[in-house]
Design a protein around this ligand. Sequence first.
Ligand code: OKP
Ligand code: ZN
Length: 343
Amino acid sequence: MRIIHSEDHRLHFPQAELSGGQFVTPFERPSRVEYVLNRLKERGLTDIVAPQAVDMTPVQALLDLGYLEFLETAWAAWKAEGMAGEIIAANVPARGMHMDRIPNNIDGKVGYYCHASETAITQGTWRAALSSVACAQSAQRLVAGGADHAFALCRPPGHHATADQYGGYCFINNAAVVAQMFTDAGAGRVAVLDIDFHHGNGTQSLFYDRSDVMFASLHGAPQDAYPYYLGYGDEKGAGAGEGLNLNYPMPPGTDYATWGAALDDAIAKITDWGAEALVLSLGVDAYKEDPISFFRLESNDFTDAGRRIGGMKLPTVVCMEGGYAIEAVGINTVNVLEGLQDA
Ligand code: OKP
Ligand code: ZN
């Protein structure tokens, strides 16, 4: 399996994340990628290449142009306003306020385009986000060209990013861009399967009313887990997308028996629907030791999950999402990839 990786992910590393009322070193940090790369090499997965240049056409087709412009220019505007630190949202439009009037002031704009203030924007964030989507796009081209699988070692991750909001460590929704590229190329049915511990609210919202992309997500129940305000089981899609959004919210302490049953259900529905291609949003934060999550998967469960997903025999683009138990991130990620290949 070819792996697409860019060093430019390092351009995004905020000094701090707001967590529990304190500024802490971000959980989503560059060393996560190092652990994955080291494990890939240890396991003989050494076909690692840099991405081709980013193609903005599908990105612009899918996302809000004002949002993209904001991400590209926010740092300069923030600094021009004399702000001393990194960009952190301190205000957001809330109940009873205008949701669709965009302020001129950069501090107001930041809140408009942000849904979670733990995520900072830095000088290099835009370029890092573009390198991440470039990895995903190169992986898509390989799979569209006939490869069974390709792994985009995306960082920053993408699944919380919507058409016009960043948050949850995500800026551009890499997996959604891949799905869009498949449909642009003529695929009538593309499935996005999201096994990150957190609900893929961005991916859900981007495809909620579309008949050509099915979205299935296994995640911590929103009553108990970020992103809190989306991801309930009764969110089933709308209009032409009715029935094509599948949420599997699960409670604290969920183990592989329960999680694996949800996975099997999602796999059966993707298969019955007749998906032609699969995008796997691969977070490994369902792991028992993850510092910000509450499922109980063991490392070998990730291998089994990879096998079950690989059993669909669909052309598959894997996009890296979350996973914060730093040393196990490499093992668990590569376990999924090996399971996929073995299936
Ligand atoms: C991104 B991905 C830590 C709370 C962190 C945001 C979690 C973002 C997860 N005190 N909240 O889905 O792994
Ligand atoms: Zn996650």
